[in-house]
Design a protein around this ligand. Structure first.
Ligand SMILES: Nc1ncnc2c1ncn2[C@@H]1O[C@H](COP(=O)(O)OP(=O)(O)OP(=O)(O)O)[C@@H](O)[C@H]1O
Ligand SMILES: Nc1nc(=O)c2ncn([C@H]3C[C@H](O)[C@@H](CO)O3)c2[nH]1
Length: 212
């Protein structure tokens, strides 16, 4: 099981798709288009932050359970990043302390369930590291209406916060082996050579781990 990690617009879904094709495995995408809370959250974070966290946690747990039924697969964003978003929303006053504690208990409960499953943790976490400018331009170019930040300094400030949390999150992540990809320099979406380079880096890491 390979999980993709990284800030909003880093390229997780794009790389997950390419990796799934390369390794002939199923990809479990993050719930965005059919997510009934995400656009509400962007309109009113204070009202919907907790509900969105619960929604994502539930969906991620569902994907992980399905993923365990098959030998190999790729997950678009890890369950371990959810707490990053939650804590940020707590800092921003969108989640109360009671909500924070309830969520953490629920998350721990779910993670304990994973401990009892055949594979306790991912085999590899692939982290796509991008600069703040790249993050913004990718969000703009992708064009999901509720994520657009022109004339919305608060939303841009939120993106800056999310981006700022990731380096230490990645440093502290120790649940599985990990690999960092430079998503600024490597255009694995439009450049086939770059894509081949990234896939080769991942293959080499998997070989070292005796997984390929
Ligand atoms: N390495 C790259 N080079 C150039 N463009 C990229 C690269 N990675 C992603 N993109 C483009 O950036 C946009 C965001 O990519 P993608 O949807 O894969 O990001 P994501 O990390 O899954 O985002 P989210 O966290 O919102 O789910 C897309 O339009 C994609 O085509
Ligand atoms: N608040 C919040 N908490 C999460 O756990 C979370 N996971 C993803 N997202 C947002 C980022 C992208 O807009 C979009 C797709 O990644 O969904 C989240 N937002």
């Amino acid at each position: 099981m390979i999980v993709l990690a990284g800030t909003i617009g880093a390229g997780k879904s794009s790389l997950a798709k390419a990796l799934g094709e390369h390794l002939h495995t199923e990809v479990f995408y993050e719930s965005v288009d059919n997510n009934p809370v995400l656009d509400l959250y962007y309109q009113d974070p204070q009202k919907y932050a907790f509900l969105l966290q619960i929604y994502f946690l539930n969906k991620r747990f569902e994907s992980i359970k399905q993923a365990y039924r098959e030998d190999n697969n790729v997950l678009d964003r890890s369950i371990f990043e959810d707490e990053l978003f939650l804590t940020l929303n707590y800092k921003n006053g969108n989640v109360t302390e009671t909500e924070l504690n309830i969520y953490k208990e629920l998350l721990n409960n779910m993670l304990e369930e994973l401990e009892g499953m055949p594979k306790k943790r991912p085999d590899l976490l692939v982290y796509i590291d991008v600069s703040f400018d790249t993050m913004l331009s990718r969000i703009s170019n992708r064009g999901r209406s509720f994520e657009l930040f022109d004339d919305q300094p608060e939303l841009k400030a939120y993106y800056k916060q999310v981006h700022g949390e990731y380096p230490s999150w990645y440093e502290d992540y120790d649940v599985s082996p990990k690999l960092r990809i430079d998503g600024d320099k490597i255009d694995f979406v439009n450049n086939q050579q770059d894509l081949a380079y990234v896939l080769n880096q991942i293959d080499e890491k998997l070989k070292k781990l005796d997984l390929l």
